[in-house]
Ligand binder design. Structure first.
Ligand code: PLP
Length: 285
């Protein structure tokens, strides 16, 4: 695989980052994951805009223009011959001479920027979407700025391990009695023709897929309610699903051991997945 590091395209085993990099020492970095279908980027603009916002919120310089970022994404897709898969992008506050809590001067310590591709043939036609996934609930123990897409993924990673140990596929995190989101996705429930998902705030990541799916749902005459919901309400819902750049719309069929409906993916989730994939394919660049 060819990867991108600070302006260079290199074979992955030749790519290097300093041991003093603040991404490594302090999780001082942000990231984005953009999907590729038919060799094209899904919602690149949305991901680029959120990246800019994450950098601004953390007072990090913008080390690359959005035009150049698009070029790098496209070049990696071309070189690595990605038809279906993902592009991972990470920007950290660089590698100062020594470890220090205080931010380094951006004039002397440039950001580190890394991109790599992940080849996932069959991503859009995933069998998991036909089966649906099982989730468990866990307490949300993350920091208070979940709207910034930082590389501090230890708690979500622990959440996935807890889900795995319980025989489930993922965990929905709960704070003050209400679901915030999944470990790496936004969470939704469906009641009749209404789609319910938590309102945007610092408590959740503002999913790029979420924004697109809510737009498509409204266009398809579904009602959208942006509000918090409990695990009990979710267990009594007609359907549930999650969204993320890498899973698109993925049905949830079981929550804390309780099956939703007949335990198979519901029609609204299946329809939204289809609409999302169709529309995203058309708009891909
Ligand atoms: N919420 C969290 C915590 C995430 O990590 C992610 C994606 O990685 C999402 C939601 C979904 O965001 P997006 O649709 O932009 O991939």
């Amino acid at each position: 695989r060819t990867v991108y590091v600070n302006g260079d395209y290199l074979p992955e085993n030749e790519a290097k980052v300093s041991i003093f990099d603040r991404g490594f020492l302090m999780a001082d970095g942000v990231y984005e994951v953009t999907s590729v279908i038919d060799g094209k980027l899904i919602d690149f603009d949305g991901h680029a805009k959120r990246l800019e916002r994450s950098l601004n919120e953390l007072n990090m310089p913008h080390p690359i223009s959005m035009d150049d970022l698009l070029k790098v994404h496209r070049e990696l897709v071309r070189i690595n011959e990605i038809e279906e898969g993902m592009i991972y992008l990470q920007i950290t506050r660089g590698a100062p001479d020594d470890r220090d809590f205080v931010f380094p001067d951006p004039e002397t310590t440039p950001c580190t920027i890394v991109l790599f591709t992940q080849n996932k043939p069959g991503l859009a036609d995933s069998p998991a979407a036909k089966k649906g996934m099982k989730v468990i609930s866990i307490e949300d123990q993350r920091w208070g700025r979940r709207d910034i897409k930082t590389v501090q993924l230890l708690y979500p990673s622990m959440g996935k391990m807890m889900a795995k140990a319980a025989g489930a596929d993922d965990a929905w995190m709960v704070e003050d009695g209400a679901v915030t989101e999944g470990t790496s996705n936004n969470a939704y429930i469906v009641r009749g023709n209404t789609i319910i998902t938590r309102q945007l705030s610092n408590d959740i990541l503002h999913g790029i897929t979420r924004a697109a799916v809510l737009r498509f749902a409204k266009e398809a005459q579904m009602t959208v309610e942006e509000r918090a919901f409990t695990i009990e309400e979710a267990q009594g819902a007609d359907e549930a699903f999650i969204t993320s750049a890498s899973t698109f719309v993925m049905p949830v069929v079981e929550i804390d051991g309780a099956a939703l409906g007949d335990g198979t993916p519901g029609p609204v989730s299946a329809r939204l997945r289809e609409i999302y994939l169709d529309e995203s394919r058309k708009a891909a660049i």
